[in-house]
Write a protein that binds this ligand. Structure first.
Ligand code: HC1
Ligand code: SF4
Length: 571
């Protein structure tokens, strides 16, 4: 232990702690802009400078180690003025169109400017002088970039994608892509994790709300919406509700008020995925097919696999993701049952994910040249639409999803969490193998936020070796062990985002990003509680799933199912 004094408070901290960590323990706030524990720890922005008595100059608290007996001052006049100077320099190079910025009121720079009483009249306003890279789902606005480097770190260290990097020197320093090509042309997997860590508005999702408004206004179109499992436990945060609040009922009411013709649930698509993927797993095991089977519902992961682990493409499940399965039946089975012209059905998805925008546009997923999903908006974009429509979200009463594609099971809901797809699949596979309606259905060994998890599950004498990875960096680690012949699994679940969809690139932005893990835990707990209280908890028990097979798809793996619900991948 080391003893030191911070702003007059005596404190003992573990040896090796930084002054920033020590201050946190002493409950003294030191502002940061670039630092993000576990993601980016560089000491480059210097907003966190502090004074240490007897030391020359100011020290960046995020990288300076606490030493025995030091006396630290975090808010002396010198510290405050230096921080102001640093902020003014950053702002001088920043496109200060705060009012029209997507991050207005969710911007760490704006908050610091307010906290430090910055008078922005010192400098001429800098206008938008760069062209936005709007080619893909992740939009970059370099005129707002503060060069903190968090996006570069998350992309290279956590996701192991390396799509962006800091290039050039001095005043020309910028975050850019190899050969300065547009992000969508490169290896970027559209996961949006860079958006989540950006302190300002330099990274955002492509805005697809206008497309949705236009469809809603078009009297010719029949507009249906599907909502992903993870959205229901995060949307409330955009309206000031406690983290993890389940707002499913309010969300359905809000979507009705926005004018959607039918409100359906992606969890129906998730249950359908389990029927097909469970069947595929058993088929591969029984027929000497390629193993391990690896899930393919996360489009960021699929693109990562195509770019970096193409030797595993045959391992990917041929199942389309729940979003795409839903779209395919919303444009075939649904219009047939509802007596509608399939060409007039417009499918909107509300997703916690930016990569789902990319997935919906993929050529391989078109059926007869038509997209299954016409527009994808994120949790954030839906919140914006609700606000624009003047809907008082928190006062809304609850409504239910519409029938036919709107009934969910607990299995479909837990897809939102890392390990959830695996658990949902195990519930169905176990019932198939035993021929029983098993009552022990919670597989706690596949739950939790550790980067990779593995378990051996014994079902009716069959030993199933399973593994789970979330965050593509963890997936890479796991696949490397298989490449090296050090591991042997039957079934693997991979989700591109750390934590799974609950932490997707389209979820609400946290002002305090150091709380990410805590927030993920609360959202995940809320998802598991939705499962515990669900009427049906296994995909094959979903009455609407039984109906669609009886009336339309025949049985899992049928030729119709293959035509509508499966796909292939590109090397
Ligand atoms: Fe997901 Fe999925 S769980 S990928 O995280 O398989 O986005 O929520 O909708 O498609 O169901 C996302 C979430 C989502 C799909 C399902
Ligand atoms: Fe990297 Fe994901 Fe951002 Fe693309 S979207 S630049 S892969 S962090």
């Amino acid at each position: 232990k080391i003893n030191l004094t911070i702003d007059g408070i005596d404190i003992s901290v573990a040896k090796g702690s930084t002054i920033l960590q020590a201050a946190k323990e002493a409950k003294v706030d030191i502002p940061t802009l670039c630092f993000l524990q576990g993601v980016h720890e560089p000491g480059s922005c210097r907003i966190c400078v502090v004074e240490v008595e007897g030391w020359r100059g100011l020290q960046p608290a995020c990288v300076t180690k606490a030493e025995e007996g030091i006396v630290v001052k975090t808010s002396s006049r010198l510290v405050r003025e230096t921080r102001r100077d640093i902020l003014e320099l950053i702002l001088a190079n920043h496109n200060r169109e705060c009012l029209s910025c997507k991050r207005n009121q969710k911007c760490e720079l704006q908050k610091l400017a307010e906290d430090f009483g910055i008078d922005s009249n010192y400098y001429e306003k800098k206008g938008t002088c760069v062209e936005l890279d709007q080619s893909g789902p992740v939009v970059r606005d370099t005129s707002k970039c503060v060069l903190c480097g968090r996006c570069v770190s998350v992309c290279s260290n956590i996701q192991k994608v390396n799509a962006i990097d800091l290039a050039y020197r001095g005043p020309n320093t910028s975050v850019t892509t190899p050969y300065e090509q547009s992000l969508s042309l490169r290896s970027c997997i559209n996961c949006g994790q860079c958006i989540k860590v950006c302190p300002v508005g330099a990274l955002q999702e492509r805005d697809d709300t206008e497309k949705v408004w236009k469809a809603l206004e078009d009297p010719e179109l029949h507009v249906v919406v599907q909502t992903a499992p993870a959205v229901r436990v995060a949307l409330g945060e955009e309206f000031g509700l406690p983290v993890g609040t389940n707002v499913k009922g309010k969300m359905v009411t809000a979507l009705k008020r926005l004018g959607f013709n039918k409100i359906f649930d992606t969890t129906f698509g998730a249950d359908l995925t389990i029927m097909e993927e469970g069947t595929e797993l058993l088929h591969r095991i029984n027929n000497g097919g390629k193993l391990p089977l690896i899930t393919s519902c996360s489009p960021g992961w699929v693109k990562f696999c195509e770019h970096n682990y193409s030797d595993f493409l045959d391992n990917l499940s041929s199942c389309r993701s729940p979003q795409q399965m839903f779209g395919a039946v919303a444009k075939s089975y649904y219009p047939q049952k509802a007596g509608l012209d399939a060409n007039k059905v417009f499918v909107v998805s509300v997703m916690p994910c930016t990569a789902k925008k990319f997935e919906a546009d993929r050529e391989e997923l078109k059926i007869n040249g038509l997209k299954d999903v016409d527009a994808v908006i994120t949790t954030r974009e839906l919140a914006k639409m609700i606000k624009q429509a003047g809907i008082n979200f928190n006062e809304l009463s609850d409504s239910y999803y519409d029938e036919l594609l709107g009934t969910s099971t607990g299995a479909g809901v837990i897809f939102a969490n890392t390990g959830g797809v695996m658990e949902a699949a195990l519930r169905t596979v176990a019932d198939i193998l035993t021929g029983e309606d098993l009552q022990t259905i919670e597989y706690h060994e596949v739950r939790g936020l550790e980067g990779t998890k593995e378990a051996t599950v014994n079902i009716n004498g069959m030993e199933l070796n399973v593994a789970i990875a979330h965050g593509t960096g963890n997936a890479a680690k796991l696949l490397d062990t298989i490449r090296e012949g050090k591991a042997d699994y039957h079934f693997i679940e991979v989700m591109a985002c750390p934590g799974g969809c609950i932490n997707g690139g389209g979820q609400p932005i946290l002002m305090d990003k150091s709380k990410t893990q805590e927030v993920n835990q609360l959202r995940a707990a809320s998802i598991y509680s939705l499962d515990r209280t669900a009427v049906k908890r296994k995909s094959h028990d979903n009455p609407e799933i039984k109906k669609i097979y009886a009336e339309f798809l025949d049985k899992p793996g049928s030729s119709k199912a293959h035509q509508l619900l499966h796909t292939h991948y590109i090397a």
